[in-house]
Design a protein around this ligand. Structure first.
Ligand SMILES: Nc1nc2c(ncn2[C@@H]2O[C@H](COP(=O)(O)OP(=O)(O)OP(=O)(O)O)[C@@H](O)[C@H]2O)c(=O)[nH]1
Ligand SMILES: [Mg+2]
Length: 220
Protein backbone atom coordinates (compact mmCIF):
# COMPACT_ATOMS: atom_id res chain seq x y z
CA UNK A 1 0.00 0.00 0.00
CA UNK A 2 2.75 2.39 1.00
CA UNK A 3 4.66 1.67 -2.20
CA UNK A 4 1.57 2.44 -4.26
CA UNK A 5 1.21 5.83 -2.58
CA UNK A 6 4.83 6.77 -3.22
CA UNK A 7 4.53 5.68 -6.84
CA UNK A 8 1.44 7.83 -7.28
CA UNK A 9 3.22 10.88 -5.85
CA UNK A 10 6.17 10.40 -8.18
CA UNK A 11 3.92 9.83 -11.23
CA UNK A 12 2.02 13.02 -10.47
CA UNK A 13 5.30 14.88 -10.06
CA UNK A 14 6.66 13.51 -13.35
CA UNK A 15 3.56 14.72 -15.21
CA UNK A 16 3.95 18.24 -13.80
CA UNK A 17 7.70 18.17 -14.55
CA UNK A 18 6.94 17.19 -18.15
CA UNK A 19 4.75 20.27 -18.54
CA UNK A 20 7.46 22.47 -17.06
CA UNK A 21 10.04 21.00 -19.45
CA UNK A 22 7.83 21.98 -22.40
CA UNK A 23 7.33 25.48 -20.98
CA UNK A 24 11.08 26.02 -20.49
CA UNK A 25 11.78 24.69 -24.01
CA UNK A 26 9.13 26.92 -25.62
CA UNK A 27 10.69 29.95 -23.96
CA UNK A 28 14.28 28.84 -24.69
CA UNK A 29 15.07 29.06 -21.01
CA UNK A 30 17.83 27.10 -19.35
CA UNK A 31 16.63 25.80 -15.98
CA UNK A 32 19.18 24.78 -13.38
CA UNK A 33 18.35 22.86 -10.19
CA UNK A 34 21.00 23.27 -7.45
CA UNK A 35 20.94 20.55 -4.81
CA UNK A 36 23.14 19.78 -1.81
CA UNK A 37 23.31 19.42 1.95
CA UNK A 38 22.42 22.43 4.07
CA UNK A 39 25.22 24.95 4.07
CA UNK A 40 27.34 23.56 1.25
CA UNK A 41 27.19 26.82 -0.65
CA UNK A 42 24.20 26.95 -3.01
CA UNK A 43 23.27 30.53 -2.19
CA UNK A 44 26.91 31.65 -2.17
CA UNK A 45 27.41 30.10 -5.63
CA UNK A 46 24.25 31.81 -6.89
CA UNK A 47 25.38 35.12 -5.45
CA UNK A 48 28.64 34.98 -7.42
CA UNK A 49 26.90 33.61 -10.51
CA UNK A 50 24.33 36.42 -10.62
CA UNK A 51 27.13 38.93 -10.14
CA UNK A 52 29.09 37.49 -13.06
CA UNK A 53 26.08 37.22 -15.39
CA UNK A 54 24.73 40.71 -14.64
CA UNK A 55 24.24 42.72 -17.83
CA UNK A 56 24.95 39.62 -19.90
CA UNK A 57 22.15 37.10 -19.33
CA UNK A 58 18.73 37.62 -17.79
CA UNK A 59 18.41 35.39 -14.73
CA UNK A 60 15.71 34.60 -12.19
CA UNK A 61 15.89 32.53 -9.01
CA UNK A 62 13.31 30.28 -7.43
CA UNK A 63 14.40 29.95 -3.81
CA UNK A 64 13.34 26.78 -2.03
CA UNK A 65 13.46 26.59 1.74
CA UNK A 66 11.33 25.04 4.43
CA UNK A 67 11.00 28.38 6.18
CA UNK A 68 12.33 31.96 5.91
CA UNK A 69 13.26 34.25 3.04
CA UNK A 70 16.86 34.58 4.27
CA UNK A 71 18.51 33.27 1.08
CA UNK A 72 16.29 35.40 -1.15
CA UNK A 73 17.25 38.44 0.93
CA UNK A 74 20.95 37.66 0.34
CA UNK A 75 20.34 37.64 -3.42
CA UNK A 76 18.00 40.64 -3.57
CA UNK A 77 20.83 43.08 -4.39
CA UNK A 78 21.12 41.64 -7.91
CA UNK A 79 17.70 42.83 -9.06
CA UNK A 80 17.05 39.45 -10.64
CA UNK A 81 13.43 38.33 -10.20
CA UNK A 82 13.18 36.14 -7.09
CA UNK A 83 10.34 33.83 -6.15
CA UNK A 84 10.37 32.25 -2.71
CA UNK A 85 8.86 28.81 -2.21
CA UNK A 86 8.52 27.88 1.47
CA UNK A 87 7.63 24.23 1.74
CA UNK A 88 6.15 24.95 5.18
CA UNK A 89 3.01 25.90 3.30
CA UNK A 90 3.02 22.44 1.65
CA UNK A 91 3.52 20.57 4.94
CA UNK A 92 7.24 21.28 5.40
CA UNK A 93 8.59 19.06 2.64
CA UNK A 94 12.36 18.49 2.61
CA UNK A 95 12.51 18.98 -1.17
CA UNK A 96 10.87 20.92 -3.99
CA UNK A 97 8.28 19.29 -6.24
CA UNK A 98 7.30 20.18 -9.78
CA UNK A 99 3.91 21.63 -8.81
CA UNK A 100 5.70 24.12 -6.52
CA UNK A 101 7.94 25.18 -9.41
CA UNK A 102 4.90 25.50 -11.69
CA UNK A 103 3.36 27.92 -9.19
CA UNK A 104 6.61 29.88 -8.92
CA UNK A 105 7.07 30.08 -12.68
CA UNK A 106 3.64 31.72 -12.99
CA UNK A 107 5.15 34.68 -11.13
CA UNK A 108 7.90 35.11 -13.73
CA UNK A 109 7.89 36.86 -17.10
CA UNK A 110 9.40 33.99 -19.08
CA UNK A 111 9.79 36.10 -22.24
CA UNK A 112 12.27 38.25 -20.37
CA UNK A 113 14.54 35.46 -19.09
CA UNK A 114 17.46 33.31 -20.24
CA UNK A 115 18.17 31.23 -17.11
CA UNK A 116 15.99 30.18 -14.21
CA UNK A 117 17.98 28.92 -11.23
CA UNK A 118 16.23 26.78 -8.66
CA UNK A 119 17.84 26.51 -5.22
CA UNK A 120 16.44 23.35 -3.74
CA UNK A 121 15.90 22.76 -0.03
CA UNK A 122 19.20 21.86 1.66
CA UNK A 123 19.12 18.06 1.70
CA UNK A 124 21.33 15.46 0.04
CA UNK A 125 18.63 12.80 -0.21
CA UNK A 126 15.02 13.67 -1.09
CA UNK A 127 15.48 16.42 -3.75
CA UNK A 128 17.22 13.85 -5.97
CA UNK A 129 13.97 11.93 -6.38
CA UNK A 130 11.86 14.76 -7.78
CA UNK A 131 12.12 15.83 -11.40
CA UNK A 132 11.48 19.57 -11.71
CA UNK A 133 11.53 19.69 -15.50
CA UNK A 134 15.00 21.23 -15.30
CA UNK A 135 17.74 21.08 -17.94
CA UNK A 136 20.59 20.76 -15.47
CA UNK A 137 20.65 18.96 -12.17
CA UNK A 138 23.69 20.17 -10.25
CA UNK A 139 24.94 18.75 -6.96
CA UNK A 140 27.28 20.67 -4.68
CA UNK A 141 29.70 18.94 -2.34
CA UNK A 142 31.61 21.25 -0.06
CA UNK A 143 35.14 20.54 1.06
CA UNK A 144 33.92 20.53 4.67
CA UNK A 145 31.59 17.57 4.13
CA UNK A 146 34.10 14.78 3.42
CA UNK A 147 35.13 12.87 0.30
CA UNK A 148 32.85 9.93 1.03
CA UNK A 149 29.51 11.66 0.50
CA UNK A 150 29.00 10.60 -3.16
CA UNK A 151 29.34 6.97 -2.01
CA UNK A 152 27.04 7.40 0.98
CA UNK A 153 24.37 9.39 -0.86
CA UNK A 154 24.72 7.92 -4.36
CA UNK A 155 21.34 8.82 -5.85
CA UNK A 156 22.03 12.55 -5.67
CA UNK A 157 25.34 12.21 -7.50
CA UNK A 158 23.92 9.69 -9.98
CA UNK A 159 21.08 11.95 -11.14
CA UNK A 160 23.21 15.09 -11.39
CA UNK A 161 25.12 15.57 -14.63
CA UNK A 162 27.24 18.20 -12.95
CA UNK A 163 28.91 18.04 -9.54
CA UNK A 164 30.59 21.08 -8.02
CA UNK A 165 33.12 20.71 -5.24
CA UNK A 166 32.68 23.98 -3.35
CA UNK A 167 34.65 25.96 -0.76
CA UNK A 168 37.94 25.01 -2.43
CA UNK A 169 39.61 28.02 -0.81
CA UNK A 170 39.58 25.86 2.34
CA UNK A 171 41.49 22.95 0.83
CA UNK A 172 44.75 24.04 2.42
CA UNK A 173 43.35 23.88 5.96
CA UNK A 174 41.18 20.77 5.69
CA UNK A 175 42.05 17.09 5.42
CA UNK A 176 39.86 16.93 2.34
CA UNK A 177 41.20 15.31 -0.80
CA UNK A 178 39.41 16.90 -3.77
CA UNK A 179 40.80 14.30 -6.22
CA UNK A 180 39.40 11.48 -4.07
CA UNK A 181 36.04 13.25 -3.83
CA UNK A 182 35.99 13.59 -7.63
CA UNK A 183 36.85 9.88 -7.98
CA UNK A 184 33.95 9.03 -5.69
CA UNK A 185 31.59 11.11 -7.83
CA UNK A 186 32.82 9.21 -10.91
CA UNK A 187 32.28 5.87 -9.16
CA UNK A 188 28.54 6.55 -8.96
CA UNK A 189 28.33 8.62 -12.16
CA UNK A 190 31.19 8.05 -14.64
CA UNK A 191 29.87 10.76 -16.99
CA UNK A 192 29.56 13.53 -14.42
CA UNK A 193 31.11 16.87 -15.20
CA UNK A 194 33.05 17.87 -12.10
CA UNK A 195 34.03 21.43 -11.25
CA UNK A 196 35.90 22.88 -8.31
CA UNK A 197 34.88 26.32 -7.12
CA UNK A 198 35.21 28.85 -4.38
CA UNK A 199 32.50 31.45 -4.03
CA UNK A 200 34.91 33.31 -1.78
CA UNK A 201 37.87 33.69 -4.15
CA UNK A 202 36.08 33.11 -7.47
CA UNK A 203 38.17 30.03 -8.27
CA UNK A 204 36.51 27.87 -10.93
CA UNK A 205 33.68 30.33 -11.48
CA UNK A 206 34.60 31.08 -15.10
CA UNK A 207 34.37 27.39 -15.95
CA UNK A 208 30.92 27.24 -14.30
CA UNK A 209 29.73 30.30 -16.20
CA UNK A 210 31.09 28.84 -19.46
CA UNK A 211 29.20 25.60 -18.82
CA UNK A 212 25.96 27.51 -18.24
CA UNK A 213 26.44 29.43 -21.49
CA UNK A 214 27.24 26.24 -23.39
CA UNK A 215 24.05 24.58 -22.13
CA UNK A 216 21.99 27.71 -22.81
CA UNK A 217 23.36 27.73 -26.36
CA UNK A 218 22.10 24.18 -26.86
CA UNK A 219 18.56 25.36 -26.07
CA UNK A 220 18.40 28.09 -28.72
N1 LIG B 1 35.17 29.66 2.74
C1 LIG B 1 34.06 29.54 2.01
N2 LIG B 1 32.85 29.61 2.59
C2 LIG B 1 31.77 29.47 1.82
C3 LIG B 1 31.85 29.23 0.43
N3 LIG B 1 30.60 29.11 -0.05
C4 LIG B 1 29.77 29.27 1.00
N4 LIG B 1 30.48 29.49 2.12
C5 LIG B 1 29.94 29.71 3.48
O1 LIG B 1 29.22 28.57 3.90
C6 LIG B 1 28.05 28.94 4.63
C7 LIG B 1 26.82 28.33 3.97
O2 LIG B 1 26.72 28.82 2.64
P1 LIG B 1 25.32 28.95 1.92
O3 LIG B 1 25.55 29.54 0.59
O4 LIG B 1 24.34 29.63 2.80
O5 LIG B 1 24.90 27.41 1.78
P2 LIG B 1 23.53 26.82 1.22
O6 LIG B 1 23.86 25.56 0.53
O7 LIG B 1 22.82 27.84 0.42
O8 LIG B 1 22.73 26.52 2.57
P3 LIG B 1 21.15 26.16 2.71
O9 LIG B 1 20.38 27.08 1.83
O10 LIG B 1 20.87 26.38 4.15
O11 LIG B 1 21.01 24.73 2.31
C8 LIG B 1 28.02 30.45 4.63
O12 LIG B 1 28.59 30.90 5.85
C9 LIG B 1 28.92 30.83 3.47
O13 LIG B 1 29.55 32.07 3.63
C10 LIG B 1 33.14 29.19 -0.17
O14 LIG B 1 33.32 28.99 -1.39
N5 LIG B 1 34.21 29.33 0.67
MG1 LIG C 1 20.92 28.55 0.60
Amino acid sequence: MEIKIVKKILEKNDAAAGELRVLFAQNKILSVNLMSSPGSGKTALLDRTLEMLAGDLRCAVIEGDIATTLDAERLARHNAPLVQVNTDTFGGDCHLEANMIAGAVEQLDLDALDIVFIENVGNLVCPAEFDLGEDMKVSLLSATEGEDKPLKYPLMFRVCGTAIITKCDLLGVLDFDAAEAADNVRKVNPDARILQTSAKTGQGMHEWIALLKERLGEKQ
